[in-house]
Structures are given as C-alpha cells and as structure tokens.
Design a protein around this ligand. Structure first.
Ligand code: XBP
Ligand code: MG
Length: 259
C-alpha cells in the first residue's frame, strides 16, 4: 500500500547551500593558521578530502593520508577537538557576513512545504552550531523552529555514509522511510539516505557532479525557480522546470515499492 508523503528531510552542506569550497574549506584553513600549522587545503585537495565526512574525521584523514609523519604534531589526537572548535568559530563568523546564500529553489520549496503542512527535518554531519548559523543568516532565526528535528554532528556514532543519522531522524519523528523523502548532494549523502530506505532527490554541485547517483529518484543541477529552470541529469525528465511540492510528491509516489 502506498504511504502518503509526510516529511522532507534536508541535508545541509552542498544541498541547502554551497558551503564546502568557500565556507568550510576557508574556515579549516583559518583554524590551521590560528594554530600555527603550515597546512593549507586548496580547492582541489579539499575535493579529495570530502571523501570523509565530518570535520574532525576529515582532519585526521588528512594527517594520515596527505602528510609525512614529520609534518604531524605528536599531540594531534588531543589537538583535533580544539582545532575543530576554532574551525567552527571561523565558519560561523563567515556565515554571519551573509557570504553563503541558499541554493536556488531551497527557500521557495521550504516555504511551500510549510504552507502545505509537510513536516521538516535537517539531517547533517556538520555541527548544530553551523546549522543554526546558516539558518539564522539565510532564512532568519525563527526558521530554526520550522524543523521538527535537527539531527547534526556527533549525535550518532557513525556519520554519513552510514545510515545512522537518517535512522535517528525517522525514529525521532516516529515516521517510516516510506513516509519521507530526502534531499542530498553527494555520494556519501545518498548512501546514508538510501541506507535508511529513503527515496532521495539529488542536487549536484561542483564537488559531487561525478558521484554515483544511480539510486536517486531524480538528479538535478539545482532545485530551480520559476524563472530559472533546472537541468535534469537523470532519465525520464518531468514536464516541469523547477522542483515544487507536486513534483516532490510525484517522485515520492514513483519511488514507492522501489525500496
Ligand atoms: C558535510 C560534511 C561536513 C562539513 C564539515 O556532509 O562533510 O563534514 O564538511 O562539517 P553532509 P564539520 O553534507 O553529507 O552532511 O566540520 O562541522 O564536521
Ligand atoms: Mg551534503
């Protein structure tokens, strides 16, 4: 039997906003400088580092796979939590300048979903502080309350691509995967959402455009606006030119029974 769609579950980084290259990456570099570390993550290197989700995990991966042992302080495991706090401070300061807007269609879709009574949640590997900062400086501080669950950061033991954060969110909302749809931008993201049996709408970005999205309900370059058509990168393009709640419901219906 088909379950009606009840909730929209949003990834943040890369999906709601292009935060990685000009946000997180810049903040990591500022934290390295603050700590006197001669590390610098270029746009290209950062693309490779995105293989690992979570800032603390990403820094650890960098020291193991990109540096010679002599370049890594002995106390690195003790250093990483502080470094990450510094990075979070730099990141939230950066967001407070309004430097990173929401991607096309995100605000419109969220507003429409609220008007139509869909339930909303955020499902991300980044820290709660970062989610609060992005929402506050894009949709306004009141928007934090629009999301029934904000599942973020270290709330679960295993970050994406593990399905834990989506499993946690479904449990907290007392919903089944068939009653929800996820919005993701990366292969780690869709592994996580599909691992929780969720139909998933993908909007790609520069870092993720070559990822494997064969499990997605649809792959778009962005959500689109009435005056800014999306490009459909998967098969069977719909007749519409931007993602609205009707199209989300249609994709959800089509996905029923597939997982
Ligand atoms: C996002 C991430 C995050 C940020 C860094 O993945 O990988 O780790 O890059 O955030 P997703 P923190 O979009 O799949 O959730 O430094 O706050 O961990
Ligand atoms: Mg993402």
């Amino acid at each position: 039997m088909n379950s009606p769609l009840q909730a929209f579950l949003f990834d943040v980084d890369g999906t709601m906003a292009d935060t990685e290259r000009d946000g997180h990456r810049v903040a990591f570099n500022r934290a390295f400088e603050e700590y006197g570390l001669e590390w610098h993550w270029s746009v290209e290197t950062y693309g490779e580092l995105l293989a690992v989700t979570g800032g603390k995990e990403r820094m650890k991966f960098y020291t193991e796979k990109f540096l010679q042992p002599a370049q890594v302080p002995d106390s690195i495991d003790q250093l990483i939590p502080g470094l990450h706090q510094s990075k979070t401070r730099h990141y939230t300061e950066l967001l407070s300048t309004g430097a990173i807007p929401l991607r096309p269609g995100v605000e419109r879709l969220i507003n429409e979903a609220r008007e139509r009574g869909f339930r909303l949640a955020i499902v991300t590997t980044t820290t709660p502080e970062n989610v609060t900062a992005l929402l506050t400086h894009t949709l306004g501080a009141e928007s934090i309350d629009w999301f029934e669950v904000i599942a973020a950061g270290d709330i679960v033991p295993a970050k994406k691509p593990a399905s834990d954060i989506y499993d946690f969110t479904l449990k907290a909302m007392k919903l089944n995967a068939t009653q929800c749809i996820a919005f993701e931008d990366s292969s780690n993201g869709i592994k996580s959402s599909v691992g929780a049996n969720l139909n998933t709408i993908v909007t790609i970005n520069d870092y993720t455009k070559d990822d494997d999205f064969s499990a997605a309900s649809i792959v778009l370059d962005h959500m689109g606006e009435p005056d800014q058509a999306f490009t459909v990168l998967s098969d069977n393009p719909p007749e519409t030119t931007f993602l609205d709640c009707d199209l989300v419901e249609q994709l959800h219906q089509q996905g029923q029974g597939k997982r």
